[in-house]
Design a protein. Structure first.
Length: 268
């Protein structure tokens, strides 16, 4: 188990502004005695019981394997192994988070990129030695690791800004952004619960749909509206009419207007 002090720091950082949150987590990447103790305790338990499984979650993403030490909506702390012999395709990934990364076994070598005016621009090579701490604002910075024979072992923390996280992938040869995504775990959970309410026909829960229409992104607001219309079209019509008039995003406003014009006369 992670130390109680780190657990409290992760919890407190989840409610803090971005710079303060990073400052709360940074000491645990600089001074990692807690991590060595965690490994020692885990090895001792496995020696005593070959069937012992540490109470930590693991995940895999392409060439990276992660042992999740702590995770909240905004803060991720992982021990990560990256197979550097596998190139990451032709893209440069900007995660949209602030990343704190400490190499544990081998130095990291890679090319630094900056995202400027929708293009990824190479700004030189970077070497991070074992024990040093690399801090990147991955909303506009990225380190693309060079393919090497040795796997990279990292202690890593990622801190998300408040609200939706916007990630981007740029083409390696041209620098042009070829894919973007918006991740908001709070909204994803909300939408899942609204879908469950809609599927089970809980029309008494309409107020929750109205509250969720105040989402920060246009696509999120329209996703909630679709669920509300599917649950109770008549009850959702006033909100749809308001969206058709006042929605700040032009594309969603036009979509709401077309939908209202198609549905409204049928419900009159």
């Amino acid at each position: 188990m992670i130390p109680a002090a780190l657990a409290r720091a992760v919890d407190d950082a989840g409610r803090a502004p971005l710079e303060d949150a990073v400052a709360m987590i940074r000491p645990y990447l600089r001074h990692i005695g807690w991590f060595h103790a965690l490994l020692a305790d885990g090895l001792m338990a496995m020696r005593a019981d070959p069937l012992h499984l540490p109470p930590l979650r693991a995940s895999r993403n392409d060439a990276a394997r992660h042992l999740v030490l702590a995770r909240t909506e905004r803060i991720w702390v992982t021990a990560t192994v990256v197979d550097r012999s596998k190139a990451r395709g032709d893209g440069v990934h900007f995660s949209g988070r602030v990343s704190l990364c400490r190499p544990l076994a081998h130095d990291l070598r890679g090319t630094m990129y900056r995202l400027e005016n929708g293009r990824a621009i190479a700004v030189g090579e970077r070497r991070v030695r074992v024990g040093d701490l690399l801090e990147l604002d991955e909303r506009c910075e990225a380190l693309r690791l060079m393919p090497e024979a040795d796997a990279a072992l990292l202690l890593r923390a990622q801190v998300a800004p408040d609200g939706p996280v916007r990630s981007h992938v740029a083409d390696l040869s041209s620098g042009t952004v070829v894919a973007s995504a918006q991740a908001d775990e709070r909204h994803a959970r909300t939408l899942m619960l609204l879908s469950l309410l809609r599927l089970t026909g809980w029309r008494d829960a309409a107020r929750h749909f109205v509250d969720a229409l105040d989402a920060p992104l246009p696509g999120q607001r329209w996703a909630v509206m679709r669920e509300y219309l599917a649950l109770d079209t008549a009850a959702a019509l006033p909100c749809l009419a308001d969206m058709a008039r006042t929605e700040p995003d032009a594309a969603v406003r036009a979509l709401a207007r077309r939908t209202f014009e198609g549905i409204g006369p049928c419900r009159a």
